[in-house]
Design a protein around this ligand. Structure first.
Ligand code: NAI
Ligand code: MG
Length: 341
C-alpha cells in the first residue's frame, strides 16, 4: 500500500504524525510518500501545491492530508491547496460522518448521543469554483456560483447509494435530506434541486426530503437524530458539517473522506488551529479515524476495525486532550491508541 502524506501547516504535522504511527503499526510494510503543500510551502517556493506533490498524490493508492493555513486576505498567486487537490484529482464527494459521542464532552448537548448521520458535500464547484473578480475599480466583488447537472447528479447518487448501504448495514429508516436555498438562489440551487429530485425518483426504497439550508442548520444543531444522509452543495456542506460535528465531540473528532473514481484523500475536518499549534495538545483522533477510513476504502476492513476499536477504548477510558475536557497531550493519546492496538 502506497500512501501519499501531506501534513501541511499548523497542527497538520502534529496530528498526521500520530496518524502515520498508527498506520505503520497496523500495516508495517506501508510505503509512505511524504510531500508538501500549504502556506509555508507557498512562502518558500511561491506555489502552495507544487507539481511534485500533485504527481505523488496521483500515483499513490490514497492520500492522507493534515491541514493548511490559508490566509483570509487575498494573496496574489495563492489558492488553497486542498480545494485545488479536490478539483485536480476530481475528488467530487466529500463524506463527513458524525456519530454521537457517548461520553460527556464540552461541546455536546443532550441530543448528541442519538446522532448518526453523514453529510455528503459536493466538492468541486458551487461558490468554491474559484470564479471571483473585482469590478468597478475594486469597489464591487463578484463570485460566480457554478452548479452543473453532471456534478449535482453524481453527488446526489453518492448520497442515495450511501443511504442504501447504511440501510443494508442495519441502519433503520434510510433517508436522504436534500439541502438547498432554491427559494432565493432560484437558478443555481433551482438546478441542483431539480436534478436531486430526479435522481431521488430512482430510489423509491429511500425516503427523500428537502430542506432549506438555514432551517437545516437549526435542526442539525437541535435534533440531529432526525437526519440520516444529508446532501448539499459545496459551501453549505462545509458549514453544515461543522455544525453537525459538535454531536460527535467537535472538530478534534471529525474526519472526512474525499472520494473520486478510484481515488481518495482522507483528512480531518479541522484546519491548522493556530491557537494551539506547537502546544502538543491537538486531538489526534480525527486524523487517526482518517487512517481507519483509508484502510476501509483499501478493503482492509479488519485493520480498520482494529484502529476504530483502539480509538474507541481510548475515548472511553482516556487519556483525553483538552478539547474533550482532559489534560493529556497528542503524544499521550497516540501512545494509548498504539498500546491498545
Ligand atoms: P480550525 O479548524 O483550525 O480551528 C477551529 C478551532 O478548533 C480552534 O479553536 C482550534 O484550536 C480547534 N481545533 C481544531 N482542530 C483541533 C484538534 N485536532 N484538537 C483540538 N482542537 C482543535 O479553524 P480556523 O481557526 O477557523 O482556521 C485556522 C486556519 O486553518 C485558517 O488558516 C484556515 O484557512 C485553515 N483551515 C484549513 C482547513 C483545511 O486544511 N482543510 C479547514 C479549515 C480551516
Ligand atoms: Mg470547513
Amino acid at each position: 500500500m502506497r500512501v501519499c502524506v501531506i501534513s501541511g501547516d499548523g497542527i497538520g504535522p502534529e496530528v498526521l504524525g500520530a496518524a502515520v504511527s498508527v498506520l505503520r503499526t497496523v500495516v508495517p510494510n506501508v510505503e509512505l510518500i511524504e510531500v508538501e503543500a500549504g502556506w509555508a510551502t507557498f512562502q518558500r517556493l511561491g506555489v502552495a501545491l507544487p507539481d511534485a506533490t500533485l504527481a505523488a498524490a496521483r500515483v499513490a493508492d490514497a492520500v492522507l492530508f493534515g491541514a493548511v493555513a490559508s490566509p483570509s486576505h487575498n494573496v496574489p498567486g495563492y489558492r488553497s491547496p486542498i480545494v485545488a487537490l479536490r478539483r485536480e484529482l476530481d475528488l467530487y464527494a466529500n463524506i463527513r460522518p458524525v456519530v454521537g459521542l457517548q461520553i460527556d464532552a464540552p461541546v455536546c448537548n443532550p441530543q448528541s448521543a442519538a446522532c448518526n448521520l453523514v453529510v455528503v458535500r459536493e466538492n468541486t464547484e458551487g461558490l468554491y469554483a474559484g470564479r471571483e473578480r473585482l469590478e468597478d475599480g475594486g469597489d464591487t466583488a463578484i463570485a460566480e456560483r457554478l452548479i452543473t447537472r453532471r456534478a449535482s447528479a453524481r453527488i446526489v447518487r453518492v448520497a442515495f447509494d450511501l443511504a442504501r448501504s447504511r440501510a443494508a448495514a442495519g441502519h433503520a429508516q434510510p433517508k436522504v435530506t436534500i439541502v438547498h436555498k432554491a427559494n432565493v438562489l432560484r437558478v443555481s440551487d433551482g438546478l441542483f434541486r431539480t436534478v436531486a429530485l430526479e435522481v431521488a425518483a430512482g430510489y423509491p426504497d429511500i425516503t427523500t426530503e428537502e430542506m432549506l439550508v438555514d432551517v437545516a442548520a437549526m435542526w442539525l444543531a437541535q435534533y440531529p437524530e432526525r437526519f440520516d444522509v444529508v446532501v448539499t452543495t459545496n459551501l453549505f456542506g462545509d458549514i453544515l458539517s461543522d455544525v453537525a460535528c459538535i454531536h460527535g465531540g467537535g472538530l478534534g473528532l471529525a474526519s472526512s473522506a474525499n472520494l473520486g473514481e478510484g481515488r481518495a484523500l482522507f483528512e480531518p475536518v479541522h484546519g491548522a488551529a493556530p491557537d494551539i499549534v506547537g502546544k502538543g495538545i491537538a486531538n489526534p483522533l480525527a486524523a487517526i479515524e482518517c487512517v481507519a477510513m483509508l484502510l476501509e476504502w483499501r478493503r482492509r476492513a479488519d485493520c480498520a476495525a482494529h484502529v476504530r476499536a483502539a480509538a474507541a477504548r481510548v475515548l472511553a477510558d482516556g487519556p483525553r486532550t483538552p478539547d474533550l475536557g482532559g489534560t493529556s497531550t497528542t503524544a499521550d493519546v497516540t501512545r494509548a491508541v498504539i498500546a491498545r492496538l
